[in-house]
Design a protein around this ligand. Structure first.
Ligand code: HEC
Ligand code: HEC
Length: 284
């Protein structure tokens, strides 16, 4: 009886393994389809850096035997100490490329697709417009209030400042669990930020927004807000800010001095009873 039960459990286990393995494999998907489904949020082919590097010519840069394990689990390769992978990771601000549930042959078909696409720089989507170009004041205000949670996210996820901080007057101080986002658009570009908000590759953030997806409009507003913040920061350096306060202070002080002088001009310059005293002196 015990043996029977064990065998039964083993069968279920094997079945489960098969189901698990079959899960992520989308039967007969082409390299192009897999690329569009998983890789495209972070990579372009021949249109420049997005979140990750442009993949045009990737098979000329690396051997397929390097690419395959890297695409499947880049962090495993990086943690093994592979010098090329570590350098690339540093170069991309330690942005983690999440593990991808793709088989050997699927990676090879993605590589083949990249090779046929790379020759034609116009084959991908058009370059996405940066949010700020079309963002209105309302979008920027929405982005700011979504960031600090004064407007709730439609999907019910936590406000960004639960974990992140930005430097801006009027924005509530945020958490320190994750990176300061004041200069994030400089670090990774607006399309990169958009891509990250669409499918966060960081485990903590992923967990926070699983089943609480941000909407397209929210992503747009948040990215526009962060981009504006980043640009304003460049204009408004701390030294000119300081100089402004100093000159405004000096001007204010001078204004007050003139004002006081005018008010005090009418003050009584002599003793109150001076006039009476003088009169009495005269009459005696
Ligand atoms: C969430 C963003 C993201 C996704 C999704 C993603 N990548 Fe990446 N990828 C990166 C980043 C960031 C790097 C830079 C290296 C690093 O940070 O580890 C990278 C690096 C690479 C590299 C090394 C290229 C080089 O020039 O050094 C290859 C190859 C690659 N990715 C292929 C893929 C493929 C194929 C997919 C889809 C199956 C994919 N990536 C999905 C972010 C991503
Ligand atoms: C539960 C915590 C948490 C919340 C909430 C959260 N994030 Fe993150 N976020 C992280 C962590 C952790 C990282 C990984 C990098 C780090 O350590 O800062 C990250 C990374 C990022 C990055 C990449 C930063 C970089 O320079 O590498 C961006 C952009 C970002 N978050 C934007 C947002 C926005 C916008 C929101 C609100 C919609 C948000 N995050 C909400 C935890 C969070």
């Amino acid at each position: 009886m015990f043996r029977g039960k064990t065998r039964w459990m083993t069968t279920v286990l094997i079945l489960e393994i098969f189901i698990f393995m079959a899960g992520p494999v989308h039967a007969a998907e082409t390299g192009e389809q897999i690329f569009a489904r998983i890789c495209k949020v972070c990579h372009t082919i021949g249109q420049g850096k997005l979140v990750g590097p442009d993949l045009a010519g990737v098979s000329k840069r690396y051997d397929p035997e390097w690419i395959i394990p890297f695409v499947q689990s880049s962090q495993t390769v990086i943690k093994s100490g592979d010098a090329v992978a570590v350098a690339r990771f540093e170069e991309f601000n330690k942005l983690i490329m999440p593990d991808n549930p793709v088989s050997r042959s699927e990676v090879l078909s993605i590589i083949a697709y990249i090779e046929t696409t790379a020759g034609d720089p116009m084959s991908g989507d058009e370059v996405r417009p940066t949010p700020l170009d079309t963002a209105t004041d309302d979008d920027l205000a929405l982005g700011g209030s979504l960031f600090q949670g004064t407007t709730r996210l439609a999907g019910g996820g936590p406000a960004c400042n639960t974990c992140h901080h930005v430097h801006q007057k009027g924005i509530m101080g945020g958490g320190i669990l994750a990176k300061d986002l004041t200069k994030v658009v400089t670090r990774m570009g607006a399309p990169g930020v958009q891509a990250i908000l669409g499918s966060p590759p960081f485990p903590v953030m992923q967990q926070a927004y699983t089943n609480h997806d941000l909407t397209e409009d929210e992503i747009f507003a948040l990215t526009a807000f962060l981009q504006k913040l980043d640009q304003d920061q460049e204009k408004e350096t701390y030294s000119t800010y300081g100089a402004q306060i100093f000159s405004m202070g000096t001007f204010g002080a001078m204004l007050l001095m003139v004002l006081y002088a005018m008010i005090w001009m009418k003050r009584k310059k002599k003793r109150v009873y001076g006039a009476i005293h003088d009169r009495q002196i005269k009459s005696t």
